[in-house]
Design a protein around this ligand. Structure first.
Ligand code: CP
Length: 351
């Protein structure tokens, strides 16, 4: 007799460590859901693969070779929350390694309009495609769909492209890949001071990047935010448990001169319940050239983008601004992740 299916709430009541055990197969990641799935050796493997993909694309016939690696695979890009970068970089990453794609971005054009449940809709995708890249506003929904596909016997890998205010693991990976490349000749990610700035309560990119970075020793975190949007208690508990040094502040200018990395974010007012964003002066959490001049010469500025006013465009030309590089790094990194999930990274050695 098969076990009864767990409800969405009951599934997510299990601790992340227990859920994560179901996301691995044949010694590699199968479902990509949480930043906690990526330990340092795996991150290094993905960073090396991304470097290699980038190098191969520049070689004669390199793009043609890459396109042959996963040309037998098909991916569904199911994005029910707005996206430019994550959607397009997954699309471009699929194109790089030869994966055919289809997309649903507006559920009102699918049979959800006729009353089909989202769960049934995703199960339909698994009949036609070899993997599903998913963005959804409900925290944990991607994870529940991975569980449901596994439990109902027609499973394909699901990659979380952003789950509400909860997690954005591939954004975190591309953030750390960008930091890794920037700090390559400065001892890597360790022994650095990282400031995360802005709406830290509701920014999933910050949550995931802090979870991922917290695996490294000798880091110092500074969380600079309006009091109403400071990091969530569970993230603070996580850092306390690991004994990682962190400070909370509302004053960006006092923190800037000491930082190696400043990670800016926009106000996430799409999650407002009753106009709470209106109550904060977000201009205090912005960078212009005058403030950037107070930073260390070899520091870096990241932003997951999109931005509004929190980084003035005049900062873009400063060598410390690496947020445009993050975009391209994201495409290579996501291509590396697809090769890993399909067990095909070793094929790059054939080139
Ligand atoms: N950084 C990011 O997730 O951007 P999009 O919302 O445009 O995908």
């Amino acid at each position: 007799m098969t076990a009864p299916l767990l409800s969405f709430e009951d599934y997510l009541r299990q601790p992340p460590e227990a859920r994560m055990t179901h996301y691995v197969r044949k010694g590699r990641l199968y479902h990509v859901m949480l930043p906690q799935q990526f330990e340092e050796p795996l991150m290094e493997e993905l960073f090396d693969t991304a470097d290699l993909i980038k190098e191969i694309t520049r070689k004669p016939n390199g793009s043609g070779f890459l396109k042959s690696v996963l040309r037998h695979k098909k991916a569904m890009l199911y994005f029910t929350q707005p996206s430019t970068r994550t959607f397009l970089s997954f699309l471009a990453a699929c194109q790089l390694v030869g994966i055919d794609t289809a997309e649903v971005r507006d559920p009102s054009l699918s049979s959800e309009y006729k009353g089909e449940s989202q769960e049934d809709g995703v199960r339909v995708f698994s009949s036609y495609f070899d993997c599903i890249v998913m963005r959804d506003p409900k925290p944990g929904f991607c994870e529940y769909m991975a569980y449901l596909l596994d439990a109902t016997g027609r499973s394909v890998p699901i990659l979380n492209g952003g789950s509400g205010k909860d997690q954005h693991p591939t954004q975190a990976l591309l953030d750390l890949y960008t930091m890794h490349r920037s700090f390559f000749n400065r001892g890597g990610l360790r022994k650095k001071r990282y400031a995360f700035v802005g709406d830290l309560l509701r920014g999933r990119a910050v949550r995931s990047s802090v979870y991922l970075l917290s695996q490294f020793q000798d880091l110092e975190f500074h969380f600079v935010a309006p009091a109403a949007f400071q990091i969530a208690p569970d993230l603070e508990d996580h850092l306390k448990t690991l004994g990682i040094s962190y400070q909370l502040s509302e004053d960006l200018e006092s923190v800037l001169p000491e930082m190696d990395c400043v990670y800016m974010t926009r106000l996430q007012d799409e999650y407002d319940l009753s106009g709470e964003s209106q109550l904060v002066d977000y201009s205090r959490y912005s960078l212009d050239l005058e403030k950037v001049q107070k930073m260390k010469q070899d520091s870096i500025i990241l932003h997951p983008l999109p931005r509004r006013d929190e980084i003035h465009p005049e900062v873009d030309a400063d060598p410390r601004a690496v947020y445009w590089r993050q975009l391209r790094n994201g495409m290579y990194l996501r291509a590396a992740l697809l090769l890993h999930v399909f067990g095909a990274a070793h094929r790059l050695q054939e080139y």
